[in-house]
Structures are given as C-alpha cells and as structure tokens.
Design a protein around this ligand. Structure first.
Ligand code: PFF
Length: 450
C-alpha cells in the first residue's frame, strides 16, 4: 500500500485510480437496481428530470464540499470535523455518517448477496436444477440470505484489508471498465428487441403531472444515495487524495460517470420491463402499483432471460447478475471504508484488524436482517432517504457557516490554480451557503411534517 510518510495513511496511486474508486463507490445497486425501479414507480421521465436537477444543483456542490473537507483534514469523517473546527457538535455529524454507513451496509450486503446468488440461479435454471434454483431465489429463506451476505462481506473485508491503493484502487480499476462493457452490450441487445420502444417512451417522455412532494423526496434521496453523499464516504476517499489533483474536475467526472451509468441502466431496464410485459410477465401488483423493489430485478428479469431461452438467455442472465454484483462490490468497499477509517484514525487500530472487526460487527446486523427482510425498507428510509440528505445539509452548514467556504476554496486551489478568479468560486459558495441547505430543508420538512 502506498503510504503518506507524515501520517502513514494510504493514498491513491493515480488520479484515474481515485476517479474509478470514487465512481465505483457511486455506481452500485443504486444505479442499476434502485434508479430504474424508482424511475418506473414515479412516472418515468418526470422522475428522471427531477433527479438530474437534484444531482446538478445539490449533488455536485456537496460532492466538491465533501472532497475538500476530506483532503484538507486528511481524516475520517469524525476526525475531519474535529480537525477543521472547534465546534463540539460537528464531530457528531461524522458519527451520524459512520452510523449511516454501518446501517446502509448491513442491508446493502443482503441485496448484494441476492444479486450474487442469482448468478447461480441462472445456471441452475439452465441446467434443469429447479430445486436448487428456487431455493436460492427464496428471499424469505434467512439461511440463504445469511450465507450470501457472509460471502459478500468476506470479499469486501478482504479488499479493505488490502488497503487504499493495493486493495480498493486495484480492485475497482479492473471492475469498473468491465462493468461498463457488460452494461453497454446488454443495453444494445435489449434496444434492438421488437417492443423496446414503449419502455423508451415512458423513460424519455416526461409527464409533469406526476411530480409530487413524494417524487421530489425520492429523487433527492436517490441523488444522495447514488452519489454516495451525506455520510462522509467522499470525505474519506478525499482524505487519500493528493494535493496535485483538481477536486472540482474529479467530482465532475465522478458525477458524470454515476449519472451516465444510471441513465444507461434505465435504457436497459425500462424497455426490459415492457418487453417482459409484452411476453406475458406481470409487472403490476394486484392494486395496480408497479412491482418495484427487489421484485423488479429478481422476478421480472429472470423470467425475461428464461424467455430469451437457450445459451443466449443464460449468457445474458449470468452477465447481468455478475455485473450487478461487481457494481455492488465497489460500493460495499466504500461503505465499509468509512467506519474502518474511523476506527483506524480515532482508535489507533491497524487497518487489517479494523476492517475485520467492523466487518464482523456489520455482519451481525446483517444476520438479523437476513431473517427479517421486512426491516430493509425501514432502515433504508431512516438512514438513506432521510439520513443522507440530513448529513448533506449539516455538511453544507458546516462549510458555509463554520469552516467557511473561503477555506474550502483555499483547499480546492491545490490542483486548480485559477479557482480564485473563476466564476465557479462565487457560484459554489452561494450554493453551499443558501441554495443547497434551503432546498434540502424544504424537502425534508415537507416529508417529516407534511
Ligand atoms: N452509491 C451506492 C449505490 O448507488 O449503490 C450506494 C452507497 C455507497 C451509498 C456508499 C452511500 C455510500 F457512502
């Protein structure tokens, strides 16, 4: 692992390595599983547009903010707030971030486990081992959930124990290009199928009568979740970033990659849903609502793969779930890195031990969820839909009114010499001090008290 002599913390070896790792954190189940299902359940293009507005107006400024805090302090989220201000409250924001990381990881691992188990479901279905296939696709089976969550967490712990450049950077550098390649091939395949156009129409033609407070909250929550914001993941990744790099440019690339892959996943999933419907697969519940959530990916898509049939159906099915597992792994890595870096920095524990202890702790919670999967929605709502925008709001307040936007701009100057004279400084400061907090407060207040 490359180390920084003054702090012996890890550092990224290359700029590309950092961008791929941060994009790997951002691109995950959130893009390929959650974004298309949210889009489908919230009226297609209307959601897509509100989501893009949230990413641009709030996501990108907050990402730049997190990276600046991380690189300036060279600390985990708790230590970072402590290092940059004397205020006693803000380290609690870091602790909230670590808690969100632990709780999101505890259910994320289970869904990631489902994606991985479905690689085998596809193979078992193809080879006629229907008993094994239906055993693995039974989400109500706590033992199967637990075993695959364990496998997934084992893999994540192993990579985190490898460190920043030898573990995280190496793994994501190989996985991200592979993921984009598989996604592109599948999207092109689906778009050429007869009947794909109906899905495309719903995805790309907005119906603004669908825009409600719930849709706006869902879009904001999705923006934070998908960009890995609000819990300090990018404070942590920023803390390993060299002073030579341009934070604004890096954040723009990461945002572009995340939005690009979510958009691509929508181009794949939305037509697929309608293809499945054309082939007789049920896509609406008895009450007329959309079959969103786990059902969408894990029930509708395998039926489509089965209908494509033969070796082609198998290849597409296996590739899809493998792709989803890869995307999930680059995100579980960052989710585990946040609490691990906290334990390393604040409690002086070695990386190998910290990753193991934190991983086992999260796994204990995952075991409980494995047998009570109904908890997933509640944990997701508290810690991602509400928790991440809340964390983002407090980060904006911290920079805007305590650490000061000027200090953040000074930090950004490393690697971006002309920033002081640029229009960007003024605009970003206005966003962080006023626009982002006001929008987040309005949306959160509407949700909680509305
Ligand atoms: N961004 C990831 C996804 O879209 O699946 C999920 C995630 C990872 C959220 C890391 C938060 C985080 F800190």
């Amino acid at each position: 692992m490359a180390t920084n002599p003054s702090t012996s913390r890890g550092t990224w070896n290359t700029k590309l390595g950092f961008i791929l790792a941060a994009a790997g954190s951002a691109v995950g189940l959130g893009n390929i599983w959650r974004f298309p299902t949210e889009t489908a359940s919230n009226g297609g293009a209307a959601f897509l547009i509100v989501y893009l507005v949230c990413v641009l107006l709030i996501g990108l400024p907050v990402m730049i903010a997190e990276l600046s805090i991380g690189r300036s302090s060279k600390k985990n989220p708790v230590g970072a707030f402590r290092a940059l201000s004397n205020n006693k409250f803000f380290p609690l924001v870091g602790i909230w971030g670590v808690l969100c990381g632990v709780m999101i990881l505890s259910f994320y691992t289970i869904i990631a486990g489902w994606t991985f188990s479905h690689v085998f479901v596809e193979i078992f279905t193809y080879t006629g081992m229907d008993g094994a296939a239906s055993l693995l696709s039974d989400f109500g089976n706590g033992y199967v959930n637990a075993i695959f969550a364990l496998l997934f967490m084992g893999l994540t712990i192993t990579i985190i124990r490898g460190g920043v450049s030898d573990g995280i950077e190496k793994a994501t550098k190989f996985m991200m290009p592979l993921l984009i390649l598989i996604l592109l091939i599948m999207t092109v395949f689906v778009l050429f199928q007869p009947g794909a156009s109906e899905g495309l129409r719903v995805y790309l033609m907005p119906d603004f009568s669908m825009v409600t407070t719930d849709l706006v909250l869902a879009a904001l929550g999705q923006a934070f979740f998908s960009l890995s914001l609000g819990m300090g993941a990018l404070i942590t990744y920023g803390s390993y970033l060299s002073k030579k790099e341009n934070i604004v440019e890096a954040a723009s690339y990461v945002t572009l990659a995340d939005v690009g892959i979510a958009f691509l996943a929508g181009l794949l999933i939305m037509p697929t849903i309608f293809l499945a419907q054309a082939q007789g697969v049920q896509i609406y519940d008895a009450d007329g609502s959309f079959l969103a959530g786990p059902a969408l990916i894990f029930q509708i898509l395998p039926q489509l793969f089965a209908q494509i049939g033969g070796i082609l159906g198998l290849i597409i099915g296996v590739s899809f779930f493998f792709l989803l597992s890869l995307a999930a792994l680059t995100s579980t890595i960052s989710l585990l890195e946040v609490p691990t870096s906290y334990v390393i920095d604040e409690h002086g524990v070695s990386r190998k031990k910290a990753a193991l202890y934190v991983g086992l702790f999260v796994l204990t919670i995952s075991m409980v969820i494995s047998f009570n999967t109904g908890l997933i929605d509640n944990i997701d709502y508290i810690f991602s839909v509400i928790g991440l925008p809340l964390g983002g709001l407090l980060i904006c307040i911290f920079i805007g009114y305590f650490w000061k936007t000027q200090s953040a701009v000074d930090e950004m100057k490393n690697g971006f010499k002309d920033i002081r004279d640029s229009w960007f400084t003024a605009l970003w400061s206005i966003f962080i001090k006023f626009i982002c907090p006001i929008i987040i407060i309005i949306i959160l207040a509407q949700t909680i008290f509305g």
